[in-house]
Ligand binder design. Structure first.
Ligand SMILES: Nc1ncnc2c1ncn2[C@@H]1O[C@H](COP(=O)(O)OP(=O)(O)OP(=O)(O)O)[C@@H](O)[C@H]1O
Ligand SMILES: [Mg+2]
Length: 243
């Protein structure tokens, strides 16, 4: 269970998170949606403490994440997989080296790490590119490496920040399919920030709508898109009706 209570963040005079509250049960897939600049990335970056909020509380399985010591914070980061919009691969490393990297200093033998990475690369349909370099991959392939790298730590929380936003529309589907696969394992919470309305509707157990630094609506896709209560919800419903 993940619980976020009254999360606040300002940059200078600008209040970006104005008290964000939500609860997510174990095993659920959540789609965070909302207009550009409403605080989606800031919210998920607070969860693994890439961004430090000014106030509020984050509890994961009852553990207060914002109060962890430096050492315990490293342990926490090893439980959280993060997939970036711009992939963030290391260009001088091969695909398999990129995937192994998060576990390289853990003392696990290199053979075990390789086996693990090869299995994951199969899962994201990249078995043929194990020894390729990022520069020789398409955007969709790069993002699937990014997903394998996030999965290698066996995260109990997986965060994806607009994972398809940098992709050619033709390559979006192959990445969405891989993400859909990973949401089938109900062993972790997956939170994905996305503007892909029909994808969110298809894979999310919970939709969380944000606007101007606040959660304005949270619920099942059906409850939200059938009967939106917020302005943002109504706009997404219009978009769906259009399609
Ligand atoms: N490091 C930073 N320094 C200053 N302002 C920031 C910083 N990070 C984010 N902001 C501002 O905070 C607001 C919220 O940003 P955030 O990235 O969380 O929005 P978002 O909902 O993810 O938007 P998008 O859909 O465009 O990715 C924006 O106005 C942004 O300019
Ligand atoms: Mg963002």
């Amino acid at each position: 269970m993940l619980e976020v209570k009254n999360l606040r963040k300002s940059y200078g005079p600008k209040e970006v998170l104005k008290g964000v509250n939500f609860k997510i049960p174990k095993g659920k897939t959540v789609a965070i949606m909302g207009p550009s600049g409403c605080g989606k990335s800031t919210t998920i970056r607070c969860l693994n403490r890439l961004t430090q909020p000014d106030a509020g509380q984050i509890l994961f399985k009852g553990i207060p994440i914002l109060e962890l010591s430096e050492e315990r914070l490293l342990d926490w980061r090893r439980e959280v997989g993060f997939v970036f919009q711009k992939f963030n691969l290391i260009e001088r490393l091969t695909v398999i080296e990129n995937v192994i990297l998060p576990l390289i200093k853990t003392g696990i033998s290199i053979d075990k790490l390789r086996d693990k990475a090869i299995n994951l690369l199969k899962k994201v349909r990249l078995s043929d590119e194990i020894n390729s370099y990022p520069k020789n991959l398409s955007g969709g392939q790069k993002q699937r490496v990014g997903i394998a790298r996030a999965l290698v730590i066996e995260p109990s929380l997986m965060l994806l920040d607009e994972p398809t936003a940098s992709l050619d529309p033709i390559l979006v589907k192959e990445v969405l399919e891989v993400i859909e696969d990973l949401t089938r394992d109900k062993d972790k919470i997956v939170i994905i920030v996305t503007h892909e309305v029909s994808f969110a509707l298809r894979i999310a157990d919970i939709i969380l709508l944000m606007d101007k630094g606040r959660v304005v609506e949270i619920g099942t896709p059906q409850s939200i898109f059938d009967n939106p209560k917020s302005e943002v919800g109504r706009r997404y419903k219009d978009l769906l009706d259009y399609y």
